[in-house]
Design a protein around this ligand. Structure first.
Ligand SMILES: [Mn+2]
Length: 363
C-alpha cells in the first residue's frame, strides 16, 4: 500500500510517519496530518487529487521536519508531536465511499486526542472532516470558521447531494454543525442564488461577503466571528478553501473568483484563529496543481498549514508558561547584543558626555 496516493512517497515537510491502523504510532500525537486526494466532487476544473502531494513538498527549505517561525518564535513541527499518516485510500469515482473513509480516518485521529489537519482534495471533504471531529467532541459542539469565495451551501449539484458545492449544507442538515455557529469569510461573486441565500439566513449563518470585510476591516470581522464561534462550543474547525485568495495569489484552483484576500491577509487570519481559539481540526482544500503557476498556490497552501501548526504551538507554549505573544515585538529584540556593538554604544555615550575624541566627519 502506497503511503501517498499520487507523487513521491514523502511526509509533510519531513515530519515522522504514523500508521492509522496502529494507534500506538500516534497515541502521543498533538497533530496528525492526513491527505484526502479527492477531486471527484468538483463541477468545473479538477486536479485537486494532486493537492496533498503538492502541499507536502512545496517549500525551498530541506524536508527535515523542522520550521522555526521568525514571527512566532516556536518550531511547530518540533515543539509539538506532529505525524503524517499519508493519504486516505479511495477511488475518485466512488465519492460516497470516499467521504465515509475520510470521516473514519479523521475520527481515528480526533478520538486519539490529536488535531487532524487534512490536506485536500476538493471541498467535498469538509463534510467528513468536520463530522469526524464532531463525532469525538459532540454534534453541535464544534463551530466552523470557513474561508472561501463560495458559500458551499448548495443543495443538489448535477444531481448529487455530495460534491464540493454542498458540504456545508450536509453538515448543518446532519446536526454536526450548528448553522448559527458557522462563520464564513471572503464570499464574493455571483453564486449562490436567492433560494440558497434564504436557506442560509433561515439557519442563522453569519457570512462575511468581501465588500463587508473591506468596508469594516478584516480584523474587526474576525474579532466578531471569534465571539460567535466560541459561544457554547467545545472548539472550532478551520476550513480554508485556497480560492478565498485572489486568483493572483492562488491561481491553481478549480473555481477562481477575482477580488479576494491577499496571501498576507489569509496567513495573518489563520495565525490569529489558531493562536486565539481552541482549534480542533483544520483542512486546506482546493489546491489544484495542474492549474498552478510557479507553485504559487501550493506554496501558499503549505504555509497555511505551517502557520496553523506554528500558532497552535505558540498557543500551547503560552498556556503552559503563562506568557503571551506580541506581534509588535521586533524580530531581534531579546537576542544577544554582540561585544563589538556594545563597545560602539559605549563610545557614543562617552562622546555625548564630551569625553574622548569626536568622530571624523563624513561627506
Ligand atoms: Mn471555493
Amino acid at each position: 500500500m502506497a503511503f501517498t496516493g499520487f507523487g513521491p512517497d514523502i511526509t509533510f515537510l519531513g515530519v515522522p510517519r504514523c500508521d492509522l491502523d496502529d494507534v500506538s504510532t500516534y497515541a502521543d500525537a498533538d497533530i496528525v496530518i492526513l491527505g484526502a486526494p479527492l477531486d471527484g466532487g468538483t463541477n468545473y476544473r479538477a486536479g485537486t487529487r494532486f493537492g496533498p502531494s503538492a502541499l507536502r513538498q512545496a517549500c525551498y527549505l530541506p524536508q527535515d521536519g523542522s520550521r522555526p517561525s521568525l514571527a512566532l518564535r516556536v518550531d511547530g513541527l518540533k515543539d509539538l508531536r506532529v505525524y503524517d499518516a499519508g493519504d486516505v485510500e479511495f477511488h475518485n469515482g466512488h465519492i460516497e465511499q470516499a467521504v465515509e473513509l475520510i470521516e473514519a480516518a479523521v475520527f481515528k485521529v480526533s478520538s486519539a486526542g490529536a488535531i487532524p489537519i487534512i490536506l485536500g482534495g476538493d471541498h467535498t471533504i469538509a463534510w467528513p472532516d468536520h463530522t469526524g471531529v464532531a463525532r469525538q467532541h459532540g454534534f453541535g459542539k464544534v463551530s466552523m470558521i470557513h474561508f472561501d469565495a463560495h458559500a458551499d451551501t448548495g443543495d443538489i449539484h448535477l444531481g448529487s447531494l455530495v460534491g464540493h458545492g454542498t458540504p456545508m449544507r450536509r453538515l448543518i442538515e446532519s446536526g454536526a454543525l450548528r448553522g448559527d455557529r458557522f462563520l464564513q469569510l471572503g464570499l464574493r461573486g455571483y453564486w449562490p442564488d436567492e433560494p440558497v441565500l434564504q436557506w442560509m439566513a433561515a439557519h442563522g449563518l453569519r457570512s462575511y461577503e468581501m465588500t463587508e470585510i473591506v468596508a469594516r476591516g478584516l480584523e474587526t470581522c474576525l474579532t466578531e466571528a471569534f465571539q460567535i464561534a466560541t459561544s457554547d462550543c467545545e472548539g472550532v474547525f478551520l476550513s480554508v478553501d485556497i480560492d478565498v485568495c485572489d486568483p493572483g495569489h492562488a491561481p491553481g484552483t478549480g473555481t477562481p473568483e477575482p477580488g479576494g484576500f491577499s496571501a498576507r491577509q489569509l496567513l495573518d487570519a489563520v495565525r490569529r484563529i489558531c493562536y486565539e481559539l481552541p482549534v480542533l481540526g483544520v483542512d486546506v482544500v482546493e489546491v489544484s496543481p495542474p492549474y498552478d503557476h510557479a507553485d504559487i498556490t501550493a506554496l501558499l497552501g503549505n504555509r497555511v498549514v505551517l502557520e496553523s501548526i506554528s500558532a497552535i504551538a505558540r498557543r500551547r507554549k503560552d498556556e503552559a508558561q503563562g506568557t503571551s505573544w506580541d506581534p509588535r515585538q521586533p524580530l531581534l529584540e531579546g537576542r544577544e547584543v554582540g561585544e563589538q556593538l556594545r563597545l560602539i554604544a559605549a563610545g557614543d555615550e562617552a562622546r555625548r558626555r564630551g569625553e574622548g575624541t569626536p568622530r571624523p566627519h563624513h561627506h
